[in-house]
Design a protein around this ligand. Structure first.
Ligand code: SAH
Length: 355
């Protein structure tokens, strides 16, 4: 099933661990283990079959007949002159498009990846979900975004955030496989502690991830401190309410020892008043077993959506209120503000250009 999306009968080898590739190369091509290791290493660098110079050309040809591996193609690249952020629109092998972002932080370069083409979660402020979900991405297609960006920028990549298009826990197996691949020391070797997985709050997914033995940071998109408000902007809240969600976050902390962080998008007049900050502080102080961090994001306005982002002063006041009540919070810096780096918008506008 998975392999079908890449090609009707060719194996999706970039979705394989080194061990899986070694066994594939041995069973399909009767080649020794070291050949599998060589091919694995080349793919992680983004080399094409032709560039795998220490592999005999006859083997490369055989390989290309039974296996397929293609990095996402860069359709658009927007570079910010302000802060070095680069936003990519990628095309996958069947023409679907996703976005990724390369960001420069003081602690290192970070890539934001997409895990689905579109999204079916329906959050009312989000551009990615406006046209629904087209399909899940394969592990190779998520990893391919990182490899392609590394190759394109020539920069070291120290961290990953799964905060692009899609919901990681709605494509659970591929998301977890991606985490294992991208953190493999023989591959890109990105430390799991430098990876954040962001969810709109799919409780079973949080609990499952807690048991994977992957010490990634769980980032939960909360955006409201009461069920009524949250349900009005995030349909998922009707299925898993706030108390159940915080319980799952505590479970995650118990199992992994990793503190959970929360995203809170500030929407003018909806969730950004002093009373909202107080209610959020109360919720997190009473509901969370560990201290946590709140990332405040001023809503990026999307033309199809009627919500307005909070003004900077209001966001700062919200942040100070939380801090004064003992909840650590920061307002996220707007990277790439000159290139519209907010998630889902590039894909949306590109599809409109064509209509
Ligand atoms: N599905 C996951 C990850 C993708 S969205 C999740 O919901 O967490 C990544 C983050 O961007 C989420 O916190 C999401 O709520 C936020 N977001 C979506 N649209 C936004 C917008 N227009 N402005 C600001 N943040 C937005």
């Amino acid at each position: 099933m998975e392999q079908k999306l890449v090609s009707r009968n060719k194996a999706d080898i970039l979705s394989m661990t080194e061990e899986e590739l070694v066994s594939f190369v041995s069973s399909e091509l009767s080649e020794p283990a070291y050949r599998g290791a060589q091919i694995y290493s080349w793919m992680q660098k983004g080399a094409s079959f032709d560039e795998m110079t220490n592999i005999p050309s006859s083997l490369r040809k055989e390989l290309s007949e039974c296996a397929e591996y293609r990095l996402p193609r860069i359709v658009k690249r927007l570079s910010s002159k302000l802060d070095g952020t680069v936003k990519y629109l990628f095309e996958l092998s069947d023409g679907e498009r996703v976005e990724s972002v390369f960001m420069k932080y003081e602690h290192g370069n970070t890539v934001c990846v997409s895990c689905q083409a579109g999204c079916r979660m329906g959050c009312r402020f989000c551009a990615s979900t406006l046209k629904g979900k087209r399909r899940d991405l394969l592990p190779s297609e998520i990893l391919g975004q990182v490899i392609a960006i590394k190759r394109d920028t020539g920069e070291r990549i120290g961290g990953i955030v799964m905060m692009g298009i899609g919901e990681p826990f709605d494509n659970y197996d591929a998301a977890v496989k991606f985490l294992r691949l991208v953190s493999d020391e023989k591959g890109l070797g990105i430390g799991l502690r430098h990876i954040s997985v962001s969810t709109c709050g799919i409780v079973p997914g949080i609990k499952r991830l807690a048991k994977e033995g992957l010490p990634v940071t769980l980032s939960v998109s909360l955006h409201a401190s009461d069920d009524e408000t949250r349900s009005s902007i995030m349909p998922i809240n009707k299925k898993y309410g706030i108390s159940e969600l915080l319980e799952a976050c505590n479970y995650y902390f118990d199992k992994t020892g990793r503190r959970v962080s929360f995203e809170y998008t500030l929407i003018a007049g909806k969730n950004d008043g002093a009373a909202d900050a107080e209610s959020l502080a109360k919720l997190l102080k009473s509901g969370m077993k560990s201290t946590c961090h709140v990332n405040l994001i001023r809503l990026n306005e999307v033309k199809e959506i009627s919500f307005t982002g909070s003004a900077a002063a209001r966001a700062n006041a919200f942040c100070e209120k939380l801090n004064s009540l003992g909840v650590k919070a920061t307002v996220r810096r707007r990277l790439g503000s000159d290139i519209n780096a907010s998630c889902g918008q590039l894909r949306l506008s590109a599809s409109e250009d064509e209509n």
